[in-house]
Design a binder for this molecule. Structure first.
Ligand code: F1P
Length: 347
């Protein structure tokens, strides 16, 4: 699904022209900032995009849950593009937010969506379709990774437009080409994750930690566990641990950490040390290139080839989704049809 979403939109030299529809490149050329709204999993995709677009295109991005947007008087800086992300394109809050945005003076609207004939797509000025195919389960999985692929294309488009160094642009675009293969590799971790899932079956709570663009990935991992296995899970930016959640950590609290390679790794390691010192069980998903002392990790250490700093959030998502899936299977819950949830929240 990720390969389909990227296909015919990214060439050897990067993102191709006019992938956002008629007049898309012209409208995007005027963008001075973005406001992203979405619900649930789609909101987490928007949070990743904030890190990407601010890092690489140096444009300011705000992200908000769609269910709050229309109930406050937003200040809209000139040149702001309104971006709605939705798998279904029929989520009532997302649609209502987009309609409300019309009277608030945005530059225009962009829909990132999986259903071409949906209301959100029909009403948006620009569109970028994800090609996830039908999502059978209520909990979004490939919707999320394809949304990240689409948002990575948007990031690259804006980065080039905003004058990102050509060599760095090319390197990011090469990474994006590698994303489908990196996800295939991550899926091969499944046998290890099946074993890991045993540790969660009789647990009541779990903590997920990440830093930077991997904080929303941790949020998404915790949401998947909540949605399909009914285990209470929370996610925090790892640096926030000491500001409260550390009080929850004891030997009954599994702590899942996303540990990509990069400048934040040392910071993350010292956060994890705080967990270890309190007897917490650590489950670390670490990049192959990240130096990690497996012996010092009470719990488990799984290695992933993230394929590069840019695409890492999409790759690290996969083992977290697999973990939630296998915990749910072991607990005997209905993975496709979790209690109390609807695929499309249209009221
Ligand atoms: C948003 C969402 C999904 C979630 C569930 C309920 O839907 O929160 O992320 O998995 O299905 O709705 P959408 O606007 O992305 O279709």
């Amino acid at each position: 699904a990720v390969a389909d979403t990227l296909e015919a939109r990214i060439g050897a030299n990067g993102v191709l022209p006019n992938i956002f529809g008629v007049g898309g490149d012209e409208l995007l050329a005027k963008v001075k900032g973005l406001h992203i709204i979405a619900c649930g999993t789609s909101y987490h995709a928007g949070m990743v995009a904030k890190y990407w677009i601010e890092d690489y295109a140096r444009l300011p991005v705000s992200v908000e849950v769609a269910s709050e947007y229309r109930y406050r008087e937003a200040v809209v800086p000139a040149g702001t593009l309104f971006v709605a992300i939705s798998q279904s394109g029929e989520t009532a809050d997302t649609l209502a937010a987009m309609r409300e945005s019309r009277r608030r003076g945005y530059l225009g609207t962009l829909a990132i969506c999986n259903v071409p004939e949906s209301s959100v797509v029909r009403e948006a000025d620009l569109k970028l379709m994800t090609r996830a195919g039908p999502e059978i389960g209520v909990a979004s999985t490939k919707a999320f990774t394809t949304q990240l692929a689409a948002l990575a294309l948007l990031t690259l488009h804006l980065a080039r437009q905003q004058g990102l160094d050509a060599a760095r642009y090319q390197e990011l675009s090469d990474q994006l080409h590698r994303l489908p293969r990196a996800i295939d590799e991550a899926l091969k971790l499944e046998p290890q994750i099946v074993e890991l899932a045993e540790r969660f079956v009789h647990r009541h709570h779990a903590l997920f930690l990440g830093r930077g663009a991997h904080y929303p990935v941790a949020l998404e991992g915790s949401l998947k566990l909540k949605e399909i296995s009914y285990i209470h899970a929370e996610a925090y930016p790892a640096g926030e641990l000491k500001h409260g959640p550390l009080a929850l950590v004891d030997e009954d609290m599994p702590v899942v950490a996303v540990a990509p390679n990069g400048p934040l790794l040392d910071k993350l390691k010292s956060n994890l040390q705080e967990v270890r010192a309190r007897g917490g069980e650590l489950i670390v998903f670490a990049d192959n290139a990240a130096h990690f002392d497996g012996n010092a990790t009470r719990g488990a250490l799984l290695r992933i080839d993230a394929g590069g700093d840019f695409i890492a959030p999409a790759v690290f998502t996969v083992p977290l989704q697999l973990l939630a899936y296998h915990v749910a299977v072991l607990r005997g819950t209905d993975v496709d049809q979790p209690r109390n949830l609807a695929k499309s929240v249209t009221v």
